[in-house]
Design a protein around this ligand. Structure first.
Ligand code: HEM
Length: 434
């Protein structure tokens, strides 16, 4: 939210910097004094958690890279060396591998929060689109990272996914095959493939970090949405980001780190596949190739379609449809809390995503295949039919008069604002404390 700067440099050096490169002013205005709706719930803490997870993945990844060997014959052994011989290597590797899973837990919650509260609606479309771009980059990064272990699942996941490009052969004969060989750097997945995946896996997190900066910039132009979905009307609807949300975000982050640590220390391999502890063997295909859990819903969609090219198109569309959500949803109100009909469809969609996740882990045959197809149809119907149609026919519940009203009650809203309650000094003077 564009708001006048309240930064006051106190010392000579602060004034000197402020006149030349006012980074302290930027940080103060955007992260301390930033006016934030007073009613944000804990679902709004996941942006901060994601920022922490990105930093944690980069920090652990950079140190892992100091010991990792990106070659066909050295990769698997170097990971085992990290686990056994490198000081604290086991902790670094488990933190990075489990960290990827926790990152996806957080990003899925963050995305569903945005979907539920209509945070993609005007004027936050660009913010949302940048989020979807981040999601795509995260998917690519996690896929490439998984390949680096060069275990059986790594190798065969790369083989299956890169082979999807060969479906282009049915459009232009030979095009798909040439593209796949170009990606592989040879006639099969091998050393050159691993090398380029490693290079890109190191690069992408920094691109993600750049897009996150744009994402937060795009957030700070309109300001946060909130659980009611209604706009900020007066200064009373907001509180400064610090101390209110630094404390709340910090508290949620500590809780999240406890959960993260519990998995790292007590069940670090729970979310992984045992076959990835078997070195890659191009001559032996595992009986059941499955991706990491966070890709399973998309994998189920891919396999629900009998035609390879159409399956790939469905897979890509299942994520890219998110780009169009700001225009697909025709509702006048943002928050699903005030949408009595859409709410049911929304939760059915959430169940669909979980069901697709389960089905993605099963063999695509019999009842699993039938259910996979039914849920795939609903997945797309939710975006392409429910969002546009329900928004037009539904009568939303009455919205509160302001953000403050449900928090403080109508009497308090009608009362003239108490000046002391509105202005929260960042640094209290001794007289005020007394
Ligand atoms: C590395 C991944 C990401 C990071 C670090 C990140 C960071 C943040 C932060 C710090 C906020 C403000 C706090 C909050 O509202 O929780 C935010 C808000 C938001 N993010 Fe993200 N984000 C990421 C991914 C995504 C994705 C994948 C989407 C959607 C597809 C998304 C959509 C949004 C939206 C719509 C908001 C505004 C929420 C509101 O005010 O209601 N973000 N993000």
């Amino acid at each position: 939210m564009a708001h006048p700067s309240s930064y006051e440099p106190n010392t000579g050096i602060e004034r000197w910097i402020d006149a030349r490169l006012p980074v302290p002013r930027l940080m103060h205005d955007q992260f301390l004094a930033f006016p934030t709706p007073r009613n944000l719930n804990y679902w709004w803490t996941f942006g901060g958690i994601l920022t922490f997870m990105l930093a944690a993945q980069i920090a652990t990844g950079v140190v892992l890279a100091m010991h990792y060997v990106p070659s066909e014959h050295g990769a698997f052994d170097s990971v085992e060396k990290i686990m056994r011989d490198v000081n604290w290597g086991w902790l670094l590797r488990y933190s990075h591998a489990v960290g990827a899973s926790m990152f996806f837990v957080a990003v899925y919650i963050h995305t569903f929060r945005g979907l539920y509260y209509g945070s993609y609606k005007a004027p936050r479309e660009v913010l949302w689109i940048l989020g979807v771009l981040i999601l795509l980059l995260m998917i690519a990064t996690a896929f490439m990272g998984y390949s680096l272990v060069w275990g059986q699942m790594s190798f065969w996941a790369v083989t299956v996914i890169t082979n999807l490009f060969s479906s282009l052969d049915s459009v232009v004969p030979g095009l798909g095959t040439r593209l796949v060989q170009w990606i592989w750097g040879g006639f099969s997945v091998g050393g050159p493939t691993l090398n380029r995946l490693y290079s890109l896996h190191y690069l992408f997190p920094f691109i993600i970090a750049g897009v996150v900066v744009l994402h937060i910039w795009a957030l700070h132009i309109p300001g946060n949405n909130n659980p009611t979905g209604i706009d900020v009307k007066t200064a009373r609807d907001t509180v400064p980001f610090h101390p209110y949300y630094t404390i709340k975000d910090g508290f949620a982050l500590v809780g999240f780190i406890f959960l993260f640590a519990a998995v790292v220390f007590y069940a670090p391999n729970y979310l992984g596949h045992p076959d990835n502890y078997v070195p890659a063997n191009p001559l032996q295909t595992p009986p059941h190739i499955v991706p990491e859990w966070y890709f399973l819903p998309f994998y189920a969609i891919l396999r629900a379609i009998p035609n390879k090219l159409l399956g790939v198109i469905a897979l890509l569309s299942s994520i890219s449809v998110l780009f169009f959500v700001p225009w697909l949803d025709t509702s006048r109100v943002r928050s699903t809390s005030y949408r009595p009909i859409y709410k049911w469809f929304f939760w059915a969609f959430a169940v669909t995503c979980v069901a697709l996740g389960y089905l993605g882990s099963q063999q695509p045959e019999g009842v699993y295949l039938v259910l996979g197809r039914i849920f795939t149809v609903y997945y797309f119907a939710f975006f392409l039919l429910v969002m546009p149609i329900v928004g037009l026919i539904e009568k939303p519940r009455g919205l509160p008069g302001s953000i403050t009203e449900p928090v403080l009650g109508p009497e308090e809203v009608a009362a003239p604002p108490a000046p002391a309650a509105r202005k929260v000094p960042l640094k209290r003077k001794p007289a005020e404390v007394a």
